[in-house]
Ligand binder design. Sequence first.
Ligand SMILES: Cc1ncc(COP(=O)(O)O)c(C=O)c1O
Length: 455
Amino acid sequence: MKTGIDQLKQDNAQYLFHPMAHPQAMQKTKPDIIARGEGCWIWDIDGHKMIDGVAGLWSSNLGHSNKRVRDAIVAQLDELPFYNTFRGTTHPRAIELSARVVKMMQPDGVGAVMFGNSGSDAVEGALKIARQYWKVLGQPERTKFISLKQGYHGVHFGGMSVNGLANIRRAYEPLMPGCFHVDSPWLYRNAYTQDPEELGRICAGLLEREIQFQGADTVAAFIAEPVQGSAGVIVPPPNFWPLVREVCERHKVLLIADEVVTGFGRSGAMFGTRLWGTTADIWCLAKGISSGYVPLGATALSKKVADAFLADTAGLGTVAHGYTYSGHPVAAAAALATLDELEEKDVVGNVARVGAHFQERMAQFERKFSFVGNVRGVGLMTGIEMVTDKAKRTPQPRSSDIPARVAREAYQRGAMVRISGPNMILSPPLVITREEVDHLVDILEASYAAVDKAL
Ligand SMILES: Cc1ncc(COP(=O)(O)O)c(C=O)c1O
């Protein structure tokens, strides 16, 4: 006779196909069934308590038991659980959230916003609006997209086509034509230089050359993450984004900032473009906008882009895009409460302060452990790249079980972390305290030491 917990584990292996996993692997490995959360802490179904080193998945920025967000969701369920926002229909929360996001991003030049249900939706909306923008302006040949190698932009066909991670493209090829990739400014692994400033210049130059090669009048937009999260937290040199902005302006190419991870504070600035002291034409937002309590994505449009649609006289500006659940009232209510919390509790200030301590402690792992090649990060996002040879910077092969072994050690010691290829990726809730950071890092240190000792 199976207990309820054993049955859940068996049903998971039998019935549920998980994102980014081979279904066969799920039959061989014990699932981590997370059953409860409170603040920065989670409990698995066996009652094992852990500090949440990944905030759900870069999402639960306010932790798992924020009362204000919870109350807003419950109140909204009582008032109006769902209505659509197609054409002339709408509801108060979607309107309030649109005004809130636009006003919050007015200093960045934002003029309007549209909603979806995920980061992938936010990217899809951005790519489609970018193409349509040029049609509205009478330049229909501007259709191509350029993006960075190692970039991640979600899983819809458009986003996948601009993704720069080969292992998640292959199974779904052929992807969308007209998408091109240039080298990312990755200091640890590049063919050019170890000087950050020079690398920023070189990579912005590569973008410019690609635009010229394609013909600027055929390029709709360049899309990139202000910090490449899924690739293992690749932080660009500070001059890269300002130079990219210049290149895009010179060639009138739209700049799309995919801020699904960096938006709403994770980098220590409210938005990644602000971190780099620059701006964009379109922003992709999700995750932190509702602190993961209810799925929500948003595509924020600069005034320049929004105005083109508003000024359209040829009838080309109808937004033939959107979802049943665009601006879902419960998601919008969760987002409004999240933004209240972010602003009133100076959560972004906490990221800057506690994040500096986190980065300082994590950086020491490079020196401490034989198989840690590179630690990089900003704010409360960190990537730890594991290698087989430190001097040669040889990455742990995909077949290596070492990253997973470290993650298991951490789990057993009470910390949830995430492995992607040779990288451990950390993204704790943005409300984490200095003491909780120390607790997380102490566990990680012990976990790396245990694996190092056994090598
Ligand atoms: C930069 C970036 N863009 C897009 C996405 C896709 O978001 P979602 O998984 O909500 O579709 C992600 C997800 O991690 C992301 O990191």
